[in-house]
Structure formats: C-alpha cells, structure tokens
Design a protein. Sequence first.
Length: 89
Amino acid sequence: MSRTSAGRARTISAALAAALVAGCAGMSEADCRGVNWYDVGYRDARFKLQNQDAVHQQQCERYGVKVDVARYGEGFRQGRWDFPDRTPL
C-alpha cells in the first residue's frame, strides 16, 4: 500500500469512526466546522448512500456553516468510482 493509500485509509477510518459516534444525532457544530467535506462525500458513497449534501447543509446551516458542496461532490464521485454498485450476473 502506498503512502497516499495508507493516508487516505486512515482519513476515511477516522471519518467513519466519527460518523459512528455521531450516529443519527446529526452533525454538531464542531463536526460542521471541522469536517473535510471530501471525506464526508467519499464516506457517503462508500456506504451506498444517495447524495446527502442537502441533509448536511440543513444540519450545518443552524451553526452558520456552509457545506463545501463542490468538495463533497468530488469525494462522492470518487467514492462511487472506487466502490461501484455491482450486481451479480
């Protein structure tokens, strides 16, 4: 595994751990302010979720935080590319 892959894996693992801790409670102010939107998009795609940028916007706008929709979309597209939906033949 290259350094880039290892770094990405650690980042994704940290994002997943944060998501699991947050559960269904949504994003806190600290989550909204300190998040890497690329990683959130990648995570959402990895777990086969639909694009959640509007949900994240709704959760974070109460704290005055704007979602970086472009970065989220980049991560989401990359996650879809890395983990495509595969149907059995």
